[in-house]
Design a protein around this ligand. Sequence first.
Ligand SMILES: NC(=O)c1ccc[n+]([C@@H]2O[C@H](COP(=O)([O-])OP(=O)(O)OC[C@H]3O[C@@H](n4cnc5c(N)ncnc54)[C@H](O)[C@@H]3O)[C@@H](O)[C@H]2O)c1
Length: 410
Amino acid sequence: MVPVTAVVLGAGSRGEIYAGYALRHPEELKIVAVAEPRRDRRERLAEAHGIAPERRFASWEELLALPRLADAAFVCTLDGMHTAPALLALEKGYHILLEKPMSNTEEECRAIEAAARRADRVLAVCHVLRYTPFYQAIKALVDAGEIGEVCAAAQIENVGYWHQAHSFVRGNWRSSRDTSPMLLQKSCHDMDILLWLVGRDCRRVSSFGSLGRFTAENAPAGAPARCLDGCPHSESCPYYAPKIYLTGKTGWPVDVLTTDLTPEGIRKALEEGPYGRCVYRCDNDVVDRQVVDLEFAGGAVASFVMTAFTADFSRQLKLLGTAGQIQADMGTREIVLHRFGEEPRQIPLPDGGEESGHGGGDYGLVGDFLATVRGGGESRSSARASLQSHLICFAAERSRLRGTVEDVTL
Ligand SMILES: NC(=O)c1ccc[n+]([C@@H]2O[C@H](COP(=O)([O-])OP(=O)(O)OC[C@H]3O[C@@H](n4cnc5c(N)ncnc54)[C@H](O)[C@@H]3O)[C@@H](O)[C@H]2O)c1
């Protein structure tokens, strides 16, 4: 098999994960160029993949100024920096693996979808949950008619208290102005999965939610701006940064802090960088709890809850049909099908298939993208298939802020 060649635009966490597929499956994928302003990240990825010095660029703008260098471009920059590289790369003839959210504005999401429709290229949005053995097994049950017509669904996203602190209080996605609102950033996956499982267009949404906990008013007495500045609550506070980052582990999320993963390097990052800040004294504004109610064409309804305040870091789903129900927990990998009038059945998941993050979805997505590039056709998470989940997030955010019920108009 001739490997698909790709360039990586943004060699941060996601760029490195997707590029990592090439190290595991060199017969399928070869990374031939990288664009990344941070020298440490650029060099780390370039060295791992043996990228020639003249194929290491300081920005996507520099790389995309050249004639096409590869079959595909992985757009892995931050949320507000997806549209311009995606549109230009499409124009240059690259197939695109595009991180979610497609963009943090509705207009740009629509522009990407329109451009992808015009271009004869594969564009896959990184809705990794669609590629997990867990959700694929549930989708197969629905498609086989096991629960009849889907009437209602309830999904809970357990963000996890430390994950909320890491990504949405101290980290990249703490500010809706700088990146995206929480729902678009974290839960466009959930909107996508609900749409996929219900199999109907969403017509209307309403939403409530707020930032209730990680605010200055909730700072315990005497808490300094940084945990390592002698915080008197180090024992009792679950968010005390060394408890999360100085545990001896160096994988995600610790590797987001620094490329120097020695204890000294991590401590320095906590002393100087954003991840050492007191969670009650950050410049965050995204919600730490939110609910969304959805109404679909044909009358099916769904309810979604996202909360920071969970010990685990997983999703739970109950899917209710006219002929039965599915109860599923992504954390325990348990799926129980209960058809009315029959005994409940545990649905086994295939062994393996989880060699990567997001329950195997990360590499499932890349493998599927490469197969579509080779074989043609439209990605399972094409721009067309992904646009509506984004529109739901924009509408739900309007509802949350205005106290209205909002239409979702394609
Ligand atoms: N699919 C998922 O489940 C999932 C999970 C996490 C994050 N994401 C999304 O992936 C995207 C990237 O997130 P991340 O965690 O990798 O962030 P990150 O900050 O680790 O990586 C982004 C990288 O882009 C680089 N960059 C900035 N300007 C650039 C330019 N002009 N040219 C090239 N690179 C540039 C940054 O230096 C950084 O290294 C975000 O949009 C995020 O929302 C998706």
